[in-house]
Design a protein. Structure first.
Length: 294
């Protein structure tokens, strides 16, 4: 399976799923509630502009986010929701000029972020030959999700996002099973049959594993499900995460130096930005090596 993994991807198909701050009205810096303890400048409520947001919707401390310890800001990615809400849903009318639009715009931003994130995963699933059996339903779901993102603000606010997420998740889970089972078969051919360790069996149980601070350097994670796992400050140096489902895993300060993430499933730029890697960390071609990695 691993040899069939695409080396390159139609990167242009993901351009609209990346943040384009030049075409956004600073929405993440206003619409979201955040806490200083999560690496943001202050505690603030949703809908309240950050103290560093300028009138031109630019961040006044953008160049020094890392040195100021603002990890929450420097890791965040909206999957392209910011520019879509600003330019499509609200046709380029910003919340400063049209104050009445602020509340609905911020609400729609929350909804679009979820839809855009789903588009990111569906786009990836459609590149995977291992999931070829379900490419038809995946493509239909991608098209449906794309259509939802262009609904009017009023319709978006009435949308049952949770229900749509659940439908998408069914397909993403199936994709994960197909990819991981191939990865495990390949791994067995490579290293022969072996009995899983206790930790590997625990991880195999599925999502939400508590692996905070765990030393995973000798754990076989190929083809494992790390869906929603807490990997905060985990030691993943030199690990092989090919064919490993990483959707929703918390990589804050996880040490991925020298790790092979090149064929990890459902990895995002936010996860990479939050982790600690280096020049030896292998990445999928559609993700960028964070500037702060040594
Ligand atoms: S510090 Fe800058 S990037 Fe962070 S929330 Fe404030 S304006 Fe946005």
């Amino acid at each position: 399976m691993l040899s069939n993994f695409p080396n390159s991807l139609d990167d242009a198909s993901r351009d609209h799923l990346r943040a384009d701050c030049d075409n956004c009205f600073g929405l993440c810096c206003v619409a979201l509630r955040f806490l200083a303890s999560d690496g943001f400048p202050t505690d603030k409520e949703a809908g309240q502009p950050c103290v560093n947001l300028q009138n031109d919707f630019r961040c006044g401390v953008h160049e020094s986010l890392r040195t100021r310890g603002l990890k929450g800001c420097s890791t965040f990615d909206c999957f392209g929701a910011g520019q879509k809400v600003s330019q499509v849903s609200f046709s380029g009318h910003d919340w400063q000029q049209t104050p009445d639009s602020g509340k609905p715009m911020f609400e729609v931003f929350h909804i679009l972020m979820q839809l855009q994130e789903l588009l990111w995963y569906l786009t990836e699933a459609l590149t995977l030959p291992q999931a070829g059996l379900i490419h038809g339903p995946l493509r239909s779901m991608l098209e449906k999700t794309e259509r939802l993102t262009t609904l009017s603000p009023e319709s978006l606010m009435e949308l049952d996002v949770a229900e749509h997420r659940a439908s998408v998740n069914t397909l993403l889970l199936k994709t994960s099973e197909l990819v991981r089972s191939e990865a495990r078969k390949t791994q067995q051919v490579r290293s022969g049959p072996r009995t899983r360790t206790r930790l590997e069996r625990q991880i195999a149980l599925g999502r939400g594993a508590d692996l905070m601070g765990a030393d995973l350097r000798r754990t076989d994670l190929t083809g494992a499900s790390l869906r929603g796992a807490y990997l905060i400050a985990a030691d993943l140096r030199g690990t092989d995460l090919r064919g490993t489902d990483c959707i929703g895993a918390d990589f804050r300060d996880a040490d991925v130096r020298g790790a092979d993430l090149s064929q990890s499933l459902f990895l995002t730029q936010t996860q990479l930005n939050a982790a600690k890697g280096d020049a030896l960390t292998k990445l999928p071609p559609w993700l960028n090596r964070p500037a702060h990695w040594s």
